[in-house]
Design a protein around this ligand. Sequence first.
Ligand code: SF4
Length: 418
Amino acid sequence: MNNIQKPGLYIHIPFCVKKCNYCDFFSLGANDSPCGKGSDIYDSYFIALLNEADYISGCAHGRTLRCGALTPAAYDTVYIGGGTPSLLPHKNITELIHKLRCVFDISDGAEITVEANPGTLTDDKLKAYREAGINRISIGVQSLNDAQLRFLGRIHTSKEAEEAVALAKRYFDNINVDFIFGIPGLYGISLAETLMNVRDKASFVIDNEIPHVSFYSLITEPGTPLYSWDNAGRLDRVEDELEREMYYEFSDMLKARGFGQYEISNFVLPGFESRHNLKYWSGAPYTGIGAGAVSFLPAPDDGQFVRFRNVPDVSAYINAYAPASNKAGDIYSEKPVVSEIQEILDVNARKKEYMMLGFRKTKGPDPELYSHLFGGALLRDDFAGEIEELIKKGYVHDDLSLTQKGLDMGNEIFMKFV
Ligand code: SF4
C-alpha cells in the first residue's frame, strides 16, 4: 500500500490562552471553559483522551466502532493539534504519546507533530517533546509585525516568536511555521499588511533555515470578532490584486532559495513535506481523538467511508470518557455516545472528493493512486469532461499539475468536483 494511504492519527487539544480574533477552530480561551479552569480541566481532559484511545484501540483490527466505521490497526503519522497543545504541562503530552504508543501500532519512523504557540514554548517543553518521540513541530508565528499581532489577538510579540523558533531549532530539524498574509488593519488603529511585511516573512523562513512554511490568506470566519468588524465596515482591507502580489512575492523569494511548493498554501525544502497533511489531500483514512476531532474511516459497506466528529463540547466529552465519579480510573463509564456522522461517502462521492483535494496539491491528483483506491478505475475516464475543461482554461497542465493560473483559481477548480 502506498504510504500516503496508511491511516493517520489526530489528537485535538481544545485549549488556548485566549481566542484569537480571527479563529473559528474549536478551542476555548482560558476564561471560556464551562467546566473548570487551568490544570483541573486539563487533567480531566487528558484522562478522557487516554480513555478514548483505550476505547478505540479496543475496537481496532476491523471491529466496528462509533458511527459504524472501521478503526485501523496501525498508523504512521500522529498529529497533536488544537487549540494550543504547547499550553499544557509537558507531562500531559509525554503521557499521551506514551499511551498512544501502548495502545496503537504506531510504526517506527512515524511522523509525530505537535502544534505550538510561541507564547507558550519553553526549553523544558521542547526537550520533553523530543524525548517523548515527537519529531516535528509546527509553530504559529502568523506575523512579524507587533501591531498586526495585536490586531489578530495573538498572545506573543514578533520577538517572542523569533525566540521560540530559535529555541525549537535546538531540538527539531523538522519545523513548520504558519504565516497569515493579507492582514487588514482597523481604520485609524493599525496599518494593513504591506509587501515589505511579506518580504520579512519570507526572509525569516530563509534566514532561519526553516524547512516548511504554511502561508494562508486571512479569512473572515463568521462568529469571530474579525467578522463583526468586517460587517461594521471597520476593516482597512488589502486589495485582491495586492494580496495576489504578496502570494507571488513570498512564493518567488522561497523558490529562489530552493523551496518547492507542494500545496496551494505550503512551501517546503526537499524531504520535509508534511506526511500527515498529505494524507488529508490524498483521501487517506484518519482517526480523530478528542472533543471536536473529526475521523474519516472506511465503513463496513463496500467502498463507503464515514466522516464523523466527536462532539465539540469539552464537558460532554469529559463526561463521556472521564466522568467525575471515575476521574482516577482508566475505564469510561458506558459506551460513549459523543460522535455525530457528518457524511457518508459512497464510491462516487469519494472519487469527487479525491479529485477536489488532489487539486490542492501542485502535482494534482495521482492517477495511479486513484486506480489503486477505486478498483482499477481510470481518473481520466471518470472525469474526462472536467479535466478537458481545466486544461482548456489553462488551469492544469496535461500531466494534471496546476499551472500558475490554476494556483490562483483554486476555488473554481474545486467547485468542478463538488
Ligand atoms: S492560538 Fe490558534 S487555535 Fe488558539 S485561538 Fe489562536 S488561532 Fe485559534
